[in-house]
Structures are given as structure tokens and as C-alpha cells.
Design a protein around this ligand. Structure first.
Ligand code: BES
Ligand code: MN
Ligand code: ZN
Length: 500
């Protein structure tokens, strides 16, 4: 999406497909806005007279303009934002998303946006939130359609207009930040939506290499031989039923000073999860092509952070494999002795995510990171607990948890902490091993986190269970059903505020 910024109240230079006006409700504000809009665009009088448009949150009205002098745009799109003193980043995101969906439904390509005045929101926040709504709402993966014309995303350019130079500069700052981050979110959606036959481990590694080239960070791909040499026995066990080899991807971005210890991001990269011998039911199994969403988020966050030039040192780690059924697959009862000497009984081959993350967490320790965050579509139990709205957060480091909580509230990629009291450890105690990889029906998200905790050593660590928030089974306001791209906006917001 091309962003431009024009120092005029309303666009003059160019004919846009539509001019978008954000309209507040609330008696006085609505009456004022109505007067102003009718004065500028007499064509809208009938809309207001009809009483159909009251500027309620996310409500829309489209008017066609007759080429008046005030704008050369052929359409005017009025978007309600609700009462002006209650407007938040989220109400702007949603209003912009509603406008974007209406515009892309009509195949419009270029939109002009008049930056509203008198909102309870600063201009930078407006630019950021509006851009997020416009970028994220109308996403669709189109590569597999034969009829590209009918199905491609159409929105190509956004022009923000304000008479005030300072306002416009602030809008630009917010909008450009958001565009870079949202391109990351969209990349994560694309990687996660792409099915296993086009996004198996080696393809995921190619995607990481490509992101590294484009944004300027280092990518190292360890192949099966190296994985064996490094004794990554969890990754090898899960991979053992698969024809396609595993990969272990390491990404490094150094935006901080040389002495800054890195922040390590770990992402679960199971490109397809059949459940293995503990096989999943057929219905809905196709969703498990998204079981590498944690990996997609980590790769995309690395790219966004590098493109933004964030002043932090980052390491991204992705263990990746399929979880398949075959004559050579790992079976329940098998024992893995990890490189940190922890022994694990594979009680359920469908609890594979934790088995491969364990190797990645052991590996992460060699960086002596100031923080380690893993993201994983790890448990159905987390979906039961928190649904598709909130990511489950568990970890050992209170300051890191509060950074993530703040970023979650800011971006509306919410996180909520679940407890990992040691009493729960009983549930994953092994009979012939230190621990087993499944703890029964109770507290499933928590026992998964307690499993991971055995592999984090002294690192300040947080685990984000994105099983519910990564795979949407119905549309959200600015994320269509399917892979959500969750985590990129969350992590970028946390990272840009890391020192501040
Ligand atoms: N990838 C799944 C978790 C999942 C389930 C993500 C539903 C999204 C939606 C994970 O590998 C898994 O199968 N977990 C098991 C663990 C159990 C066997 C202990 C689960 O949650 O059922
Ligand atoms: Mn599984
Ligand atoms: Zn899985």
C-alpha cells in the first residue's frame, strides 16, 4: 500500500476513488460535523436527511459526488466513529477496517482520508490506527485462484489530508510505523495460510532467508545433519515419521549496541500437525497447516523490526518439522533424553510442539538473552480457556510479562496470564522419566508451559500460547477468518518501547 500525505483539508490534486470522512456521533459533534459536511458536499444532504446515518461506531454511508470543487473524488465514504470523547485507537482501527472492507467490496484502489479534528486521540495515534485498519481488514491470499481479477486485494493507496503541518507530520509518523508493522502481520498471515505442500520446513526456511535478504538480517538454516550433530532429539523424534527433513532456523538482527544482550524470539514451526500416531480427528484437521503460526510471527517480526531499524538486538529461532503418521513415526511410550539431560516420555504424539520447542529453548540459552519469548499454537486447552480473543501468557519473569501486557492492551492483541504454580507439575510427572509430554485433560495450557519451563534454564522467559488467537474460525473486525498474523503488532510495540 502506497501512503501519501497532503497538506490540505481535503484532497485537491488528484481524483481518488473515494474520500473517507470519520464522523463522530454525540448530538452536538454530529450536528456540527453534519453542517460542515453538507457545506462542503451538498450531495450528502439527502443522506443526513434520511436519518440512516447517525455516525454510530463502524456504520457507513456512501455518497456519489458530482465533481464539486471541494473534491475530485467520485465517492464520499462517511464512517461513524462513535462519541468523540470515547474514541480510542481501537475505534479508529475498526472504523478504518469497516471503510476498507466497503471500499474493497467495490474494488476501489485509492482512498483519501481527511484527518479529523477534535478527537480524544493524538494525530500520531490516529495515523497509526487508521493505517492498521486499512491495511489489515481486506486481506485474502489470492495466489491459488484462477480468476485473479475477481479475487485480488484492491486497495493500493492511501492519502492522508490535513491543513495543519504538525498534525500531518504526526499522522505520517504513525502511519509509516503501522504500515511497516502491518506488512509483517500480512506476511505472517500468508506464511501461515499457505498449505503444507507449499510451506513445509525447507520452504519455511526459504521464506526466512527471503525476509532476511529484504530487510537486512542474518539467517542461518541448520539442516538435518546439523540438527543431529547438535543432539536436538525432540525435533528429530517428531520428524521421524516424516519424509521431509526438519530445519532449525536462526535469525539475527543487531539494531542495538554491541553490548546489549539479545532478546530471543522462538516460534513453533510445525508446518502440518496430523497428531502423529495419536492422530487427530479428520474434521477440521486442515487447520493444522497453521501450526507454524508462531514461526510465521517470529520471521515476520524480525522483518518488521529490521525494516523499522528498532534499536534492539534480536535473535529469532524456529524449529520446524511436520508431525506425520508412518511406519517410522515416534509412538506413545517412546523416551527422549534431551541434551540438558531431562528425560521425557512421549505420552501423546499430538503434544509435539513442546517436544520441538524444548530443543529451541536449550539452544536459546547460549545467547544469554536478556529475555526469551516463545510463541506457539500449543494447546487446544488454551482455546477453551481464552477463546480467539486473548493469548495465554505464562512465564518466569514479571517485568517481561508486564511489558507484554502493556503491549497487548495497546495493540488489542491481548495477553492474559495463566498461573504456572509448581503444584501443577504433578500432572506431568513421568513414571519412568522425569516428565511426560501430556498431562491429561485438566489445565492443559499450564502443563504445556510447565513442560517448557524445564528447558529455559536461567533465562527470563515468557511463553505465549497463541492456539486460539492465531487461527480464527470466524471473522474479527480487522482480521478475516483464518491465520490472524497475531503477535507481530504485539512484539513490535513491546520492542519499540523496550528502553523507554
Ligand atoms: N497444534 C495443537 C494445538 C492446537 C489445537 C492449536 C487446536 C490450535 C487449535 C497441538 O500440537 C496439540 O495437538 N496439542 C494437544 C496437546 C495434548 C495432546 C496434550 C491438544 O491441545 O489437544
Ligand atoms: Mn499436536
Ligand atoms: Zn501442534
Amino acid at each position: 500500500m502506497k501512503l501519501t500525505f497532503s497538506q490540505t483539508a481535503l484532497p485537491q490534486e488528484k481524483a481518488h476513488d473515494a474520500l473517507v470522512l470519520f464522523v463522530p456521533s454525540g448530538e452536538k459533534q454530529f450536528a456540527d460535523a453534519q453542517k460542515r459536511i453538507i457545506a462542503d458536499f451538498p450531495e450528502t444532504k439527502a443522506v443526513f436527511d434520511s436519518g440512516d446515518f447517525k455516525a454510530k461506531r463502524d456504520s457507513l454511508a456512501m455518497t456519489y459526488l458530482g465533481g464539486t470543487t471541494k473534491s475530485k473524488s467520485s465517492r464520499l465514504l462517511l464512517v461513524g466513529v462513535g462519541e468523540s470523547d470515547k474514541i480510542t485507537l481501537e475505534s479508529i482501527r475498526r472504523a478504518a477496517a469497516a471503510a476498507a472492507k466497503a471500499a474493497s467490496g467495490k474494488k476501489l484502489k485509492s482512498l483519501a482520508i481527511a484527518v479529523p479534528t477534535g478527537l480524544s486521540l493524538d494525530a500520531e495515534g490516529f495515523g497509526e490506527a487508521a493505517t492498521e485498519g486499512f491495511c489489515l481488514a481486506a486481506y485474502k491470499l489470492t495466489r491459488y485462484f484462477s480468476d485473479k481479477e475477481r479475487t485480488s486485494n484492491t486497495l493500493e493507496s492511501l492519502t492522508f489530508c490535513s491543513e495543519n503541518k504538525k498534525t500531518l507530520a504526526d499522522v505520517k509518523k504513525g502511519a509509516e510505523y503501522a504500515e511497516t508493522v502491518c506488512n509483517g502481520t500480512l506476511l505472517a498471515r500468508t506464511l501461515a495460510t499457505t498449505p503444507n505442500n507449499d510451506m513445509y520446513p525447507e520452504k519455511l526456511a526459504d521464506a526466512a532467508q527471503k525476509a532476511g535478504k529484504e530487510a537486512g538480517f542474518k539467517v542461518t538454516v541448520l539442516d538435518k545433519k546439523k540438527i543431529e550433530a547438535l543432539k536436538m532429539y525432540g525435533l528429530l523424534a517428531v520428524n521421524q515419521g516424516s519424509k521431509r527433513p526438519p530445519v532449525f532456523i536462526v535469525m539475527e538482527y543487531n539494531g542495538g549496541s554491541k553490548n546489549d544482550k539479545p532478546i530471543v524470539l522462538v516460534g513453533k514451526g510445525v508446518t502440518f500437525d496430523t497428531g502423529g500416531v495419536s492422530i487427530k480427528p479428520a474434521a477440521g484437521m486442515g487447520e493444522m497447516k497453521m501450526d507454524m503460526h508462531g514461526a510465521a510471527t517470529v520471521i515476520s517480526t524480525m522483518k518488521a523490526a529490521a525494516n523499522l531499524g528498532l534499536k534492539v538486538n534480536l535473535v529469532g529461532i524456529v524449529p520446524s518439522t511436520e508431525n506425520m503418521v508412518s511406519g517410522s513415526a515416534v509412538v506413545p511410550g517412546d523416551v527422549i533424553v534431551y541434551n540438558n539431560n531431562v528425560s521425557v516420555e512421549v505420552d501423546n504424539t499430538d503434544a509435539e510442539g513442546r517436544l520441538i520447542l524444548a530443543d529451541a529453548l536449550i539452544y536459546a540459552q547460549k545467547y544469554k538473552p536478556q529475555a526469551c519469548i516463545d510463541l506457539a499454537t500449543l494447546t487446544g486447552a488454551c482455546v477453551v480457556a481464552l477463546g480467539m480473543v486473548t493469548t495465554g501468557m505464562m512465564g518466569t519473569d514479571a517485568p517481561l510479562k508486564s511489558r507484554l501486557k502493556l503491549a497487548g492492551d495497546y495493540t488489542h492483541e491481548y495477553v492474559c496470564e495463566l498461573p504456572i504454580y509448581e503444584e501443577y507439575e504433578e500432572l506431568i510427572k513421568g513414571d519412568i522419566t522425569d516428565i511426560k509430554n501430556a498431562g491429561g485433560r485438566y489445565a492443559g495450557a499450564i502443563t504445556a508451559a510447565l513442560f517448557l519451563k524445564r528447558f529455559v534454564g536461567e533465562m527470563p522467559w515468557v511463553h505465549l500460547d497463541i492456539a486460539g488467537t492465531a487461527m480464527l474460525s470466524s471473522d474479527a473486525p480487522y482480521a478475516p477468518k483464518g491465520a490472524s498474523g497475531v503477535g507481530v503488532r504485539l512484539l513490535c510495540d513491546m520492542l519499540r518501547k523496550w528502553k523507554g
